[in-house]
Design a protein around this ligand. Sequence first.
Ligand code: SAM
Length: 320
Amino acid sequence: MASGYPYIMMAASLQESVDLVAALADPTRVRLLALLDGHELTVAELTAVTELSQSRVSTHLGRLRDAGLLQDRRDGSLRYYRLQEEALPKRAGRLWAAVRADLRDAVLDGDLERRAELLAARDEEGPWVETIAGRMEHHYSPGRTWEAFARGVTSLLDLGDVLDVGCGDGMVAQMLSPRADSYVGVDRSDKVLAAATKRLRGHGHVSFVLGDMHALPFADESFDAVLLFHVLTYAEHPQNAVREAARVLRAGGRLALVTLASHPHDDIVERYGHVNRGFDTKKVQRLLRGLELEQCEVTSRERRKPHFQVITASARKGES
Ligand SMILES: C[S@@+](CC[C@H](N)C(=O)[O-])C[C@H]1O[C@@H](n2cnc3c(N)ncnc32)[C@H](O)[C@@H]1O
């Protein structure tokens, strides 16, 4: 059966077929293949792009190479990995082509964006900081995190008596309370307040109170600063919540508000227990009427899809 011979040569045993499918049956390995499809990258570069640990990336690369899905080559001390379609065993190529055809994922979008930046930086010459000039916020360097930046900035603050509305588990309190004379967190959930109390244990000037942002359990003009951070998306009556925040502010005190900008995703509203789909800047300005507006703008946009945006606003209470 002459015509059957080539078929037998190309055929795969049950075990070989299962091994090939198993090599692909992992989201990290599919991420790596997508990144290496037509591009050559080192382990360090893949680690930077995926933000996974180096050992995890190396382990998965080894598995993919053993399955014949990747090629590698050494250049001096560097080892480059690549998926070269022409070099793949035929059935591996067909399987990868089928997987790749329908691949749509926010994680992958972020990976491909970072790969493009990395490849662009590779072509440029000069010290590392010069190659990323103008795009520094998108690049990692050791210790240069948003948290480190926020902690540096907060060291300049002198907040007086602070009320943190919808304080959650005290993460913001932990960051800001060292800059306050007193710090009160209010939240409607006793579970998150228990976590906040535990987190801030030993900080005598910090306290937590059960309460509703629509009817704050505090006297008029009690605080120098009121925070409404990521809480208005939970407000059935945002205007009442802001009115309450303004009421408990002292004259000259400031209200800081951070909230999700309006978006069309009902599934997110449901998943996070929000009661609205965020706000636009005009709406926030209207909410703050009666206070002296200092700032109200979209200040950040998430890099990953669907690119949620955040509004930051601040306003001062005038002398009455
Ligand atoms: C997303 S968390 C924000 C926590 C914190 N402000 C931050 O930025 O990390 C929202 C918090 O608001 C609280 N919350 C929701 N509705 C509230 C209400 N009506 N009154 C007080 N707190 C409320 C929730 O329990 C939750 O802890």
